[in-house]
Design a protein around this ligand. Sequence first.
Ligand SMILES: Cc1ncc(COP(=O)(O)O)c(C=O)c1O
Length: 388
Amino acid sequence: MSVMQTYKRFDLNFVQGEGVYLTEKSGEKYLDFVAGIAVNALGHSHPVIVKAITEQAKKLIHISNLYHDDNQIALAHKLVSLADHHAVFFTNSGTEAIEGALKVARKYGKDKGKSKILYMTDSFHGRTMGALAVTGQAKYQEPFAPLIGDVVEVSFNNREDFLAKMDDKVCGVIIEPVQGEGGINPVDPEFLKTIKEACDDKDALLIFDEVQAGIGRTGTFFAYQGFDVVPDVIAMAKGLGGGVPIGALMVNQRADVLTFGDHGCTFGGNPLVTAVSRAVVDVISDEDFLEAVKAKGAYFKEKLLPLVAAYDYIKGIKGRGLMVGVTIDTEKMAPGTIVSEAIKHKLLIVGAGKDTIRLVPPLVVTYEEIDEFMVRFKNTLEALKPQA
Ligand SMILES: Cc1ncc(COP(=O)(O)O)c(C=O)c1O
């Protein structure tokens, strides 16, 4: 095997996709509630994406950031206006968006003599050395220590712990509004309010990692719009390109501190990916589309809820919009066993954190497809029942 073995892969090889279905080499179709790990927001082979790729590929794919490009300008303008922010820097991935956000915080604090960055337990911000340093999960960090310094971990949703660690030396606080990899854990709005007030009080930047929760996933275009707090910096990726690699960090006026030569990215926001992202963002930012995500998310949770009473190892249903988690009692059932069994029922799902099954279907999923999910998921759970 010539591919480096950093992923434990399932024995599946997909050759085609349409909507929420993927077709395997064998010809069998799978219902996809993973969506490339919350990436394929418009599903597979969406005509809007296919059109944007083919039309743009005929014109121009890449020019570097030495020159202007109308797609990049228009996309930046659209994102800024959706958030009432100030400026955007384009990257190729989520982890690079986080790297940029950390550099913004460090530069913001430089002249003020501040360099400390606070991050949360069970967070996930990416695999590069900076993002890893603020990822509150020892298993990802330990093999690569020492990481960047002056970063301090705070217990997620723990106000006292946060206030004990927040001081004048802090230049930035980074948090996911809904933790994704950590197990679909929404932030407590009161905790968020405390952080926002403290950031303003101590002159630190509030950074939201919306790589997984942003771009319509939780039922608002940006996840922060579902909370009563506006961050200074927003990192995004995943759904932003609907499948093409694009990420971004966006800053408000006060956080607009990176100037000529401070940062760069050869591929970042090239004409191809920004053309696609423009098309994707146009679809997702539509109010009716976002309302539908909310309504489908509520319907999905309502359908899942009876499972808590029906299966003794299902402890609860959580999440926002179409970012949904099923909490498993791991003393009774391993989440990985459910994920593997689901494949036998032609259903793709993925774990998150220590005890959660994560359900992040394409945002275009229909009510009928949610019903179809319920049939396959229940069949999966029934098959795992001990035989009498
Ligand atoms: C919240 C969050 N931040 C950052 C990342 C890293 O993104 P990428 O894998 O695109 O580098 C992820 C990836 O899962 C994520 O969920």
